[in-house]
Design a protein around this ligand. Sequence first.
Ligand SMILES: Cc1ncc(COP(=O)(O)O)c(C=O)c1O
Length: 358
Amino acid sequence: MLKPRDAIQALEEYHPPLGGREGLRLDFNENTVGASPRVLRRLQQLTLEDLARYPEREPVEALVAAFLGLETEAVLLTNGVDEAIHLLCETYLESGHEAVIVVPTFAMYEISAAATGARVVRIPAREDFSFPLEAVRAAITPQTRLIAIANPNNPTGTLVAAEGLLQIVNAAPQAAVLLDEAYYEFCGQTLLPSIRHHANVFVARTFSKAYGMAGLRAGVLAGPPAQMRMVRRVASPYNVNIAALIALPEALQDNEYVCQYVGQVQRGRSLLEEEFQSRGMAYCPSQANFVLAQIGSAHAAFVAAMKQRGILVRDRSSDPGCDGWVRITLGSERHTETLLTALRQVLAELRINPEVVA
Ligand SMILES: Cc1ncc(COP(=O)(O)O)c(C=O)c1O
């Protein structure tokens, strides 16, 4: 009988709640208004011939590398950061190895790492969701071959300072350290330059968040050229589709569009945090395009009531250490107004206040 590998049989199915997402989607950290209009105009010019040909990734890769201030050999375009994670796991992990992650965090690290047969070592974040630097350092062993850190982290929005990250990088030269900067544009801190000075650092970026192109699936993996040559061996030459490749140069050129969108998100983030602050409700101060807030035992009713008002938010209660916490994505200024109006109504209707939450 055909039998999948043991590591695959042991995996749990992962089904993000993608179905029936009608309304204002503040549940997946997407851009709420979409990509630059220039991207759409370019996509509308796609021809049948474009569709018939296998996509050529390298010229666009060179453009993206130049945009990031890196040499082309240091950069691989991927089918979203999801694929970058998968490729790193395939390149560096096998049975007997360990992958270190800090939970709660982005689900794909654990899935891709466990699928290789490696053991996933889950270090809990501190109670306030800050990064447990000492515990991570203590978890590093000679078998540690991957350490994946989302910075800022999803679902908490917390950011680890560069110094702490570099301590980990130096403490584990035998491990690929992935610094996943999917939310970089909303915080501005990057360790991209460190790939020049450290042989085991990889940085990932995405076009799914600030750039509003999650549907096109385009991500970037940057790392030391010698290691990237190995990662490229695993990647399909056609991993990034023609629509994404055609869209990327336009997206990069319309920097103004991204900057103004990021500005709206950052202002919305302050307003939402002030709202929770003024009510005495706990939230996790965020450097990303979302805020994780403690709603308490009414979390499911809260998510349902928001949905009734046409707003989707994400219950993170089943994440480690997140019982009662809900993640809310910020979008355009107009969408933040809509969000705040509904939020106030729902909190009043369900009588959610700090005493109830505590
Ligand atoms: C930390 C983090 N990394 C990666 C991703 C996925 O990015 P992409 O759409 O490029 O695969 C997400 C999406 O939510 C994320 O939160």
